[in-house]
Design a binder for this molecule. Structure first.
Ligand SMILES: NC(=O)C1=CN([C@@H]2O[C@H](COP(=O)(O)OP(=O)(O)OC[C@H]3O[C@@H](n4cnc5c(N)ncnc54)[C@H](O)[C@@H]3O)[C@@H](O)[C@H]2O)C=CC1
Ligand SMILES: O=P(O)(O)OC[C@H]1O[C@](O)(CO)[C@@H](O)[C@@H]1O
Length: 493
């Protein structure tokens, strides 16, 4: 690969990308982050990089990344020769591209190489925050009961006396035990995963593990560790194979593992920390008392908006989200769903202009550089529609209003569940309930409410005419006149 090899000594040679303007040698590890993937590098590490550039106190908040899983050895191998440096490339919808070198990750430990080094780093008096992007699976709770899964083999191994930790729970508990015994303050566990109530979930799961391992420690953790909630947002696709060459060609930097993301970024963070925090509000983080209204806004506009777009787009044969988002009929449906149905169900969202937020979502969905697929949005719809769209419909009905567009989205999902697009092309339905959904969808041709009578997914919506009337009308229209005509009719009203 041609280009300047990225490391501390070559930074002054780099002209084609922004580079850290601060002295990296002064930075101390104050944050340990588990799960350094694309998102952490595009989001939290980027915010700290910005802060390091303007606030000398931020030097106490350098990041030490930790990888637990075999796949993370590749991150070690990429970051070690680069002194933790990497490039972040932002791609705007208009084709503009910006690349910068991010300098906030100052160490990286692949835990299986030296578990003791990870525990001692976590137990260091300088470390005050342990942050996480370990995916939803990393929290090890059952989706149906919410209970911590103590049977997971790695968790069970970590619970054995004297075990060398394998999981984040084992590492955090052992480090906190040492901190308590050394009379050091606890740290904050800051989840940045895309999970509703992520701080509550982290508190529940870390304490559940500790109770099984050492009930006294669990008590101490309950009193001393803070688990702030957060809402995080920046679409960050997995690094595409050609990005390294593209970055080298565009900026002259050879980065072993570059990151690409959309320009939009948001981080709303609950101000609840055990032992101080960086001044993140100086770099655009919204540090608030209550994250819930922001989370609701994201779930009911962004995530439910994805559903509004996805199922219609699928029936019309679109492969990419950005193509569907500029289809005038789909765009109008999406805009009106967000403005007329999603938005009225939100609580007041301090500091956010909702008109602007909605316009920004339309732009974000239209960004070709992200190349998100319609199939991904529609995947696992039986988990997504009940969590994001059904509550909007129910809230509208409870308020004496209607949600005809959201009802039509459920109709489009019903029609998709039959497994064919409008032109008869087969649809790959990736959903844990695919078989049952298909059966109900087919049956709805003769029993119109068969699909929505599934109370696990739809609650009592099938008994509420305010929902069933527009739902059945939209489903009939899609079947009789085709999706395009049904959609036009919906947005013409
Ligand atoms: N990619 C995105 O657009 C966004 C991602 N997020 C959050 O960030 C998380 C990570 O996303 P990416 O960085 O894109 O994924 P990624 O695949 O690049 O990185 C995931 C990291 O989590 C680690 N991990 C996975 N399962 C784990 C487990 N059981 N225990 C410990 N570590 C585990 C992996 O080893 C890896 O280091 C997502 O699941 C989501 O919660 C949030 C907003 C946007
Ligand atoms: O609505 P979906 O399909 O879950 O997608 C949400 C997208 O938005 C994000 O939350 C972006 O911040 C990502 O996790 C994901 O790419």
């Amino acid at each position: 690969m041609s280009g300047i090899a990225l490391n501390d000594t070559t930074l002054p040679e780099i002209a084609g990308a922004a580079v850290p303007a601060y002295h990296r040698g002064d930075i101390r590890t104050g944050i340990v982050h588990f799960g350094v993937g694309g998102f952490h590098r595009a989001h939290q590490a980027m915010y700290l990089d910005r802060l390091l550039a303007l606030d000398p106190d931020a030097a106490a908040w350098g990041i030490c990344g930790v990888g637990l899983r075999p796949a993370d050895a590749a991150m070690r191998d990429a970051l070690a020769p680069q002194d933790g440096l990497y490039t972040l490339t932002l791609k705007h919808p208009d084709g503009t591209v910006e690349t910068s070198v991010i300098g906030s990750i100052v160490h990286y430990l692949y835990a299986p190489d030296d578990p003791e080094a990870v525990i001692e780093t976590l137990a260091s008096p300088h470390v005050r925050i342990v942050s996480l992007t370990v995916t939803e699976g990393g929290y090890n709770f059952s989706a149906s009961t919410g209970e911590f899964d103590a049977e997971n083999p790695d968790v069970a191994a970590d619970l054995a006396p004297g075990a060398v930790p394998r999981t984040v729970f084992g590492y955090v508990a052992e480090a906190l035990r040492r901190r308590r015994d050394r009379q050091l303050p606890a740290f904050t566990v800051m989840s940045c995963d895309n999970i509703e109530g992520n701080g509550h979930v982290a508190r529940r799961t870390f304490l559940a593990f500790a109770r099984l391992a050492d009930p006294e420690l669990a008590q101490w953790m309950d009193a001393e560790v803070a688990f702030p909630n957060s809402m995080v947002d920046r679409i960050t696709p997995a690094t595409p194979p050609d990005l390294r060459a593209e970055v080298a060609q565009r900026s002259g930097v050879d980065d072993r593992w570059p990151v690409v993301a959309e320009p939009f970024t948001q981080w709303v963070l609950e101000d609840s920390f055990a032992s101080g925090r960086p001044a993140l509000e100086r770099v655009g983080v919204q540090v608030v008392d209550d994250v819930a209204p922001y989370e609701l806004m994201k779930l009911r506009l962004l995530n439910a908006g994805h559903q509004a777009l996805g199922h219609f787009a699928r029936l019309l044969g679109y492969e990419y989200v950005h193509d569907a988002a500029v289809d005038p009929d789909i765009r109008e449906l999406l805009r009106r769903y967000m403005q007329e149905e999603g938005r009225p169900t939100l609580r007041e969202v301090p500091g956010i202009d909702l008109d602007e937020y909605i316009d920004t979502l339309l732009d974000r969905f239209s960004n070709p550089a992200i190349a998100d697929t319609v199939a991904r949005l529609c995947q696992d719809a039986s988990d997504r529609i009940p969590k994001w769209l059904v509550p909007v419909i129910a809230a509208r009905l409870d308020a004496g209003a209607q949600a005809p567009l959201a009802a039509a989205v459920v109709a489009a999902w019903t029609r998709c569940s039959e497994g064919r697009s409008d032109d008869g092309a087969p649809l790959d339905i990736s959903d844990r309930l695919a078989g049952g959904l298909a059966e109900r969808a087919v049956r709805s041709r003769t029993e119109p409410l068969a699909f929505v009578e599934n109370t696990e997914l739809f609650g009592d919506l099938a008994d509420r005419p305010g929902f069933t009337e527009p739902y059945v009308a939209a489903l009939d229209a899609i079947r009789e006149h085709g999706t395009r005509a049904a959609l036009r009719d919906l947005v013409a009203r």
